[in-house]
Design a protein around this ligand. Structure first.
Ligand code: SF4
Ligand code: SF4
Length: 304
């Protein structure tokens, strides 16, 4: 049976659509936002995470790695990601839980079993399951359709949290199973997109138009990054694009940037490139909220 790699399954989530939800975070994303607060969700492979603060430098992990992928450097355990085959022996043999494996493979049945644990809560809160990431829509679409069909058979409603970088065909296939798309729009400025997010702006916007044209229900989620996309000019461009393209938006969530994920980069041997990003002030968030309201949008929330 096909499996997909999942980073985390979060129960009792109040933030990923209506009601209380179980959010499935799939691993792997084609974008590399400088502000990403889940860098361990970017790679499509498993990764060993090193929690330096728990490490007692006993060296057991180095002894147990048959691939010689671990070494100690200046008091820290360093993973050679080229040599590591993600066998997990080091994780199992660390007596202090200083190593963890990010990513686990799940079948659709295994995910459904997890999702079914909170059926009563979904019923009472009008909640359900949210498929998120990483970029869930870049997973095998047949796997996702099978998962949606099985959840549907149990009466569990499904949302998709997407950044939009995935094949158009995948959106066409899945749209009829989805309650609400939580669709990320960060900017429509090509230069900002290239410098802070990666390639694919045109595809992301085309897919948003497609989901809209297919009748998908859309919540827009816009991360607000100080000094990147918080100016009036930037916001006006996004508003103009949504209006010009007649995107029918049910709800807007403006998500202020925070840097709480910056410490995670060290754990997987990556560099945090968002050191110069600014946390937007409350005044900035209110100003942007007002701009959306003045442009005729309803149900605008800061956060969520
Ligand atoms: S086994 Fe765990 S505590 Fe010991 S050196 Fe390795 S990571 Fe650190
Ligand atoms: S996961 Fe396996 S190969 Fe990778 S560092 Fe740990 S023991 Fe070595």
């Amino acid at each position: 049976m096909e499996k997909a790699i999942v980073l985390n399954i979060q129960r009792f989530s109040p933030h990923d659509g209506e009601g209380i939800r179980t959010t499935i975070f799939f691993k792997g994303c084609g974008l590399h936002c400088t502000w990403c607060h889940n860098p361990e969700s970017q790679s499509y492979k498993k990764e060993v995470m090193v929690f330096e603060e728990r490490c007692k430098q006993c060296g057991y992990c180095i002894e147990h790695c048959e691939r010689n992928a671990l070494r100690e450097k200046e008091g820290k355990i360093v993973v050679d990601r080229e040599k590591c085959v993600m066998c997990g022996d080091c994780v199992e043999n660390c007596p202090y839980s200083a190593l963890e494996m990010a990513g686990e493979y799940y079948t659709t049945d295994e995910i459904v079993t997890e999702a079914k644990k909170d059926m009563i809560i979904y019923d009472e809160s009008n909640g359900g399951v949210t498929l998120s990431g990483g970029e869930v829509m870049s997973q095998n679409i047949d796997f996702l359709i099978e998962l949606c069909e099985k959840l549907d058979r149990h009466g569990i409603r499904v949302n998709i949290d997407t950044c939009g970088l995935a094949p158009a065909e995948s959106y066409r296939k899945i749209v009829r199973y989805i309650d609400t798309f939580l669709y990320d729009i960060k900017t429509i400025n090509e230069e900002i997109h290239r410098n802070h997010i990666g390639d694919g702006l045109e595809k992301i916007l085309d897919n948003l138009k497609l989901v809209n044209d297919l009748g998908g229900s859309i919540n827009i989620r816009m991360p607000i990054i100080g000094g990147v996309n918080d100016s009036d000019l930037e916001i006006d461009e996004v508003l103009g694009w949504l209006i010009d393209n007649k995107i029918s938006v049910k709800q807007i969530n403006l998500l202020p940037y925070h840097n709480t994920g910056s410490g995670k980069y060290d754990r997987i041997g990556k560099e945090y490139k968002g050191k110069n990003l600014e946390i937007p002030s409350d005044d900035t968030m209110e100003r942007i909220k007002n701009k959306f309201a003045e442009s005729g949008f309803n149900n605008i929330f800061i956060g969520g």
